[in-house]
Design a protein around this ligand. Structure first.
Ligand SMILES: Cc1ncc(C[n+]2csc(CCOP(=O)(O)OP(=O)(O)O)c2C)c(N)n1
Ligand SMILES: [Mg+2]
Length: 472
């Protein structure tokens, strides 16, 4: 269904070809090709870097498709047959390439900047995406030894997804690192803010579905940055994902004129940055545009934090006061409060999937929401489309198979010394206790916006005590 399934893993390929380009499954690691794919758009160092991002993205897309459809034959060593597919197809493809796209780009900046970063998937129904990335980086196999990082492990990864005795199709507690359940939309942004309170080094990037954005909890959560203290807390980078649809319906924010959406987000207090994937086939442009905007947003976040933190060191409060008096236009509001960036990513729903199924458009439409090729067991055309796909780009080499990505991509994944793994869990524990339970007002603890600590007697803004500190 994705490009990776089209040419790179076409049933025509001999198993030798696949093994050569497939070091994850190869027993002879040295044989793997570690060169980047021959993309026409490879030019300089940045593009090399983006080529790796692209390969990660495509591998994650392949792994997502595999989870949704396959119960065996994970690398299509045999020509794809109906018996290799699951009899009951469940899962959400539409949101998945967008989640994989963001995840791949975050890896680049995490590695480059040694950034402590957390990814939250608002459209958590894109379970295949979070699982695929966790497997690709090795975390999944580390936690679940029955799902190894080799070919049998990949087979089990695919089989277990939304399968009796397996794993849920949504981001769930058993998904490595998950703190945001995928079943009920609306809480991702609130969870993102919760994760950065008292975590000054952490940046949480949260993808918000445009359908999810229509829920009450999410709509209200846009105000949460008012509770953020740039000195003592980390930062949240929201990515509003306008793929245009929520199940079978268009979304309000995707249909809203862009100027109005910009004003809306500015009204919430954010600095919006737009990335629009105008041509789904020009993935190189998409990577460049998104990488540039992501870098800009991180710079803005760090600028805000540096200014507030140095002001505090110099004797300022750090709470809503910019060092230079806070003239608007310098990353602050007129009152000096920080104007945090937000990314608006407009990309096609079901990006890279089949453009047309049964004569009807699928990529970029609501039809890609769940399982676009729904009859692979009974309809030979669907099966053929899954196996051979549309090969739209025609420029990726066989080294873009998940296995082919393995050696290169494993080198490019973020890594941390074992004692620094799972930073969120550790930091949440570190942050718990009397200090964390302090009441927050707008602009962080003891904010300057008139309703700071002491004025609030409800539960809003109170950081929840640790589970083991709650009343029984
Ligand atoms: C509170 C809630 N209401 C309804 C649903 C059912 N539901 C599952 S996916 C979905 C559409 C989500 O659309 P969007 O957030 O835009 O995600 P994407 O388009 O990326 O799939 C809905 C309404 C849900 N999961 N949670
Ligand atoms: Mg949507």
């Amino acid at each position: 269904m994705t490009r990776d399934l089209t040419r790179d893993l076409s049933p025509d390929q001999s198993s030798d070809q696949i093994t050569d380009a497939d070091p994850i499954v190869s027993s002879t690691p040295g044989r793997a090709s570690e060169t980047a794919p021959e993309n026409a758009w490879l030019k300089g160092d940045d593009d090399d870097e983006l080529a790796l991002v692209d390969r990660w993205w495509r591998a994650a897309n392949y792994l997502s498709v595999g989870q949704i459809y396959l119960r065996s034959n994970p690398l299509l060593r045999e020509p794809l047959g109906a018996s290799h597919t699951k009899s009951r197809l469940l899962g959400h493809w539409g949101t998945t390439p967008g989640l994989n796209f963001v995840y791949a780009h975050l890896n680049r900046v995490i590695r480059r900047d040694s950034q402590n970063m957390l990814f939250i998937a608002g459209p958590g129904h894109g379970g295949p995406a979070v699982v695929a990335n966790a497997w690709l980086e090795g975390t999944y196999s580390e936690i679940y030894s029955n799902v190894g990082d080799d070919e049998p492990g990949m087979a089990e990864l695919f089989r277990q997804f939304s399968y009796p005795g397996g794993i849920p199709s949504h981001a769930a507690p058993e998904t490595p690192g998950s703190i945001s359940e995928g079943g009920e939309l609306g809480y991702s942004l609130a969870h993102a803010y919760g994760s950065v309170f008292d975590n000054p080094d952490l940046i949480t990037v949260v993808v918000i579905g445009d359908g999810e954005a229509e829920t009450g909890p999410l709509a209200a959560s846009w105000h949460s940055h008012n509770f953020l203290d740039p000195v003592a807390d980390g930062a949240v980078l929201p990515i509003l994902h306008l793929n245009g649809y929520k199940i079978a319906n268009p979304t309000i924010l995707a249909r809203m004129p862009e100027a109005q959406l910009e004003q809306l987000l500015r009204g919430y207090g954010h600095e919006p940055h737009f990335v629009t994937v105008a041509d789904p086939d020009d993935t190189a442009a998409a990577h460049r545009d998104f990488a540039a905007v992501l870098d800009r947003c991180l710079t803005e976040i760090r600028k805000i934090q540096a200014a507030r933190r140095s002001a505090t060191t110099d004797g300022g409060t750090g709470n809503g006061e910019s060092p230079g008096g806070g003239a608007a236009g310098d990353g602050t509001h007129d009152d000096g409060a920080a104007r945090w960036p937000v990314i608006v990513l407009r990309s096609p729903k079901g990006w890279t999937g089949p453009k047309v199924v049964d004569g009807l458009p699928v990529e970029g439409t609501w039809r890609s929401h769940q399982v676009p090729l729904s009859e692979v067991r009974t309809n030979p055309e669907h099966l053929a489309q899954l196996g051979s796909g549309s090969n739209r780009t025609g420029r990726m080499s066989s080294s873009t198979t998940p296995g082919g990505c393995g050696r290169t991509l494993r080198r490019t994944r973020p890594s941390a010394p074992p004692d620094e793994r799972h930073p969120v869990r550790e930091r949440r524990h570190a942050a718990a206790g009397p200090q964390a339970a302090a009441v927050r007002g707008p602009r962080g603890r003891g904010g300057t916006a008139g309703s700071g600590a002491g004025q609030r007697d409800d539960h809003a803004g109170v950081v929840a005590p640790r589970r083991d500190q709650r009343e029984p």
